[in-house]
Design a protein around this ligand. Structure first.
Ligand code: HEM
Length: 348
């Protein structure tokens, strides 16, 4: 292959795995200095080991394993340009590569079985900078620290005796974590729609916009669907129902979401993703995401991308939420593992 020839998706996973080794160390160092590793017992590797407790699916992400690649553009209306110097918020369009997925480590789980859906995006900014974000359907998290997130993973892990999660253990976890009340209320009222396209996705964690004059504003964001949701219905649903529906939909017309930012007010917690901010907070629509292509993840560009929430352009910074550094380190560890498996598979 010539030096300038485009990389295949597999080659990208391999190359990114090598980069992940470096990034993983950097993320670990950042996590360490950010203070989220209270003891030597919790590391990105321990977290990802727990994510593998239902079995290892070689070559796949250790979370949100099942998904499809998408591509399109983000067109900014300039509405956030006064709050952030990021090039993505100037008036105009940038190309986007993304991934729609369902939560869980099993890449063959039926789409309709997952209560949580996700949208990850990589924006290519002017001047070669990138912004990556991975968003989920709930607006809040059940718990607010990496240690508790790890205990939640342990509580949700399959019981070795049955091969299934133990409802009593899950109930006990939630009872012991009253801060999960807002998440549980969302879960109880969540009515999944029949399409990825009519689902709303949230950043959940807070970030900080930095204005050209240095002013800082904490925000969260959400992708608000253009199309009206239809309920998923009782089924039966075929295993890849959401993926097929999306591919067919985008084949006939672009799929759009408005990107809506919520501005934190005085006293709103930025380091606690278990709590929503008041409904009365100011919201600004920054622009529209338009997806025009969908393709299988195994053969497409999104497979090699680590949608690390700390890949941020100038003008957007991490908040003090400790989950962010933990996510960054775990995503690098997951990429390192799946890249190694791709390498082994590719070896003669
Ligand atoms: C401490 C908390 C968390 C940990 C340890 C964690 C861990 C992971 C890991 C290991 C992956 C696989 C990464 C890869 O191989 O590329 C992943 C994927 C993902 N996570 Fe998280 N996660 C956390 C919290 C969150 C939160 C709060 C959100 C949503 C706001 C989120 C959204 C996603 C999404 C959308 C993906 C799939 C990205 C893609 O399509 O490649 N995660 N997570």
């Amino acid at each position: 292959m010539s030096k300038d020839a485009p990389l295949t998706p597999r080659a990208k996973v391999l190359r990114l795995g090598a980069i992940a080794a470096g990034l993983g160390f950097a993320a670990f160092a950042l996590a360490f200095t950010a203070g989220w590793l209270p003891s030597r017992a919790l590391s990105p590797s321990v977290i990802v080991n727990t994510q593998e407790s239902g079995g290892i699916h070689a070559g796949f992400r250790r979370a949100h394993a099942k998904g499809l690649c998408v591509a399109g553009t983000f067109t900014s209306n300039g509405g956030l340009a006064g709050l952030s110097s990021a090039g993505v918020f100037g008036v105009g369009s940038v190309p986007v590569i993304g991934r729609l997925s369902t939560a869980g480590a099993n890449p063959t789980a039926p789409d309709a079985s997952s209560p949580v859906r996700s949208l990850a995006l990589q924006f290519a900014l002017p001047g070669g900078q990138q912004w990556r974000t991975a968003m989920n359907t709930p607006p809040v998290l059940p718990v607010g620290t990496p240690e508790k997130f790890h205990r939640q993973l342990q509580a949700l892990a399959p019981d070795p005796a049955t091969g299934k999660p133990d409802p009593a253990r899950i109930a006990a976890f939630f009872a012991a974590h009253p801060e999960s009340a807002e998440f549980r209320a969302w879960q109880a009222g969540n009515k999944p729609s029949s399409s990825f396209a009519t689902t709303r996705y949230h950043s959940i964690n807070a970030f900080v916009l930095v204005a050209p004059d240095g002013q800082r504003q904490a925000v969260r964001w959400a992708m608000v669907p253009d199309a009206m949701p239809e309920p998923l219905g009782a089924g039966p649903h075929e295993p890849d129902s959401l993926q097929r529906e999306f591919a067919a939909r985008v084949g006939s017309a672009p799929v759009r979401w408005a990107m809506e930012f919520t501005l934190a007010g005085p006293g709103d917690a930025t380091a606690d993703a278990t709590r929503a901010w008041p409904e009365s907070r100011q919201r600004i629509v920054a622009g529209v995401l338009e997806i025009t292509e969908a393709s299988e993840q195994e053969t497409s560009a999104c497979n090699g991308i680590n949608f690390d929430p700390l890949v941020l352009p100038r003008g957007i910074e991490a908040s003090d939420d400790p989950i962010l550094a933990a996510r960054s380190a775990a995503y690098a560890e997951s990429l390192r593992r799946r890249a190694r498996e791709h390498r082994q598979e590719a070896a003669p």
